[in-house]
Design a protein around this ligand. Structure first.
Ligand code: 5AD
Ligand code: SF4
Length: 452
């Protein structure tokens, strides 16, 4: 009987994509993938360490799985492996702190998983690989392992060179490494033939995309390699193309130009600002001021298309005063974000900000979080209400969890849209006339039957 592997994924889209890649490699090596930890011979946790709470969750889950298998009285306990960011950062100290763990697999060791598991199964204890990706390895994901049959994540760049002072990612994921344009375009063409309707080009900073060769981009114009890649991917005819995350310093107006040229490049830009205060932006080492950022936003708002804009903000960075926070509130008012992810600063050991003094009190962090959340929700309410009477194109994903009469999906501007329908099926793209705005979603009426 084939050995069964269960993979539980935490954190960002890069981890989701890496889990899909790991599953592809494992299946090729003869393993079966299973959906439950209880029946698995190998349990892998693909971990996130961007904030303390994410890390804590993994440790709790390892405990749960270990206790669960003890209770079930299974003769053979499953092998437990930790992969992803926590694995890369904590290394072999994991074996000491969580003795139930048999394997530690770094962020670039995914393709070596089958042989690492093999070693552990033969009895080797504390198997660890924190090495780099090897020459000749390429991003290979089988459609069977993808989370959705309609929306696919396509990594274009791994790692980060920016070293923002609060962030652990440059340490957990290493330096920026771009995939070749030829490989990316071929993957999107393949996905299109398989019936995928939407791809998300993903990376910590997609617009820092810098491949080693220009091959595959020669025919396309654009000041940056990323905008040429956007054009090349759009030319595949893939129905909808989204990309995330964009880094402000590298955000060139030619991205907006590409979006105006190709309607299948979606009308959504995720451009995290982190703070509206120049003093804090400097301490965060973001490499741009609030004004530099607002100039990028002007270019986005000045587009012929209405582009949806979302952002991330950290409140309570060390030394953040009430004045600094007011600057953030002002910037948020000016940007009129379609969506905002707010985070309380979380100290990450090993980052430059971890040794900064002047920590903001937890109660102040919470107060600022709530104040910003309230501001955003009132601004967002206005933006969402503006959609009433407009028709948006929706990729249908599934039945709504709220009502079996309704279907749900995302618009091209990446908003959740629900609508009444008995006949539409997941994977269809339909037009929906918006009649109601809710805090985090739109509700409307089906206007056209979908094209399959
Ligand atoms: N504390 C709080 N939020 C953080 N982020 C990254 N590192 C930290 C940290 N140490 C947030 C940033 C980033 C998002 C993915 O997570 O806002 O854009
Ligand atoms: Fe972290 Fe900054 Fe890199 Fe984003 S750009 S992953 S916040 S270091």
């Amino acid at each position: 009987m084939k050995s069964k592997v269960y993979i539980e994924t935490f954190g960002c889209q890069m981890n989701v994509a890496d889990t899909e890649r790991a599953a592809t490699g494992l299946r090729k090596a003869g393993y079966e993938l299973t959906a439950s930890a209880e029946t698995a011979d190998v349990v892998l946790f693909n971990t996130c360490s961007v904030r303390e709470r994410a890390e804590q969750k993994v440790i709790t889950r390892i405990g749960e799985v270990r206790n669960g298998t003890q209770r079930s009285g299974k003769q053979l306990k499953p092998l437990i492996g930790v992969m992803g960011c926590v694995a890369q950062l904590e290394g072999d100290s994991i074996f000491k702190n969580a003795p139930a763990v048999d394997l530690v697999i770094g962020t670039r060791a995914t393709d070596r998983l089958p042989s690492l598991i093999e070693r552990a199964r033969k009895g080797e204890s504390s198997v660890i690989d924190l090495g780099e990706r090897q020459e000749g390895e390429f991003w290979d994901v089988s459609p069977a392992e993808r989370r959705s049959p309609y929306v696919a994540f396509v990594p274009i760049i791994e790692g980060c060179n920016k070293f923002c002072s609060f962030c652990i990612v440059p340490y957990s994921r290493g330096r920026e490494k771009s995939r070749s344009a030829v490989e990316i375009v071929a993957e999107v063409q393949g996905l299109r033939l398989l019936g995928y309707k939407e791809v998300h080009l993903i990376g910590q900073n997609v617009n820092s995309y810098r491949p080693q060769s220009r091959q595959g981009l020669e025919r396309y114009s654009g000041a940056t390699a990323f905008s040429r890649l956007l054009r090349a991917v759009a030319d595949t005819g893939m129905e909808r193309i989204k990309f995330t995350t964009s880094f402000p310093r590298d955000f060139h107006p030619d991205i907006v130009a590409a979006l105006e040229e190709y309607p299948n490049l979606c009308d959504w830009i995720h451009l995290p600002v982190q703070s509206g205060s120049d003093r804090i932006l400097k301490a965060m080492r973001r490499g741009h001021s609030a004004d530099d950022y607002l100039r990028r936003v002007d270019a986005i708002r000045g587009s012929k298309r209405r582009l949806s804009l979302t952002s991330d903000i950290i409140v309570g960075f060390p030394g953040e005063s009430e004045n600094d926070f007011e600057d953030t509130m002002r910037l948020v008012r000016a940007c009129e974000y379609d969506g905002l992810f707010i985070f309380k600063y979380s100290k990450r050991a090993g980052t430059p900000a971890a040794i900064l003094e002047d920590a903001v009190l937890e109660t102040d962090k919470t107060a600022r979080f709530l104040e910003l959340e309230e501001l955003q929700s009132s601004l967002q309410n206005r933006i969402y209400n503006d959609y009433i009477g407009r028709t948006v194109s929706v990729l249908v994903e599934r039945e709504s969890t709220r009502s079996s009469e309704d279907m749900t999906g995302h618009s091209t501007c990446h908003k959740v849209v629900n609508f009444r329908s008995h006949q539409t099926k997941p994977g269809e793209i339909v037009d929906v006339l918006i009649s109601q705005a809710k805090p985090y979603s739109l509700y409307g009426k089906l206007m056209s039957e979908g094209a399959n």
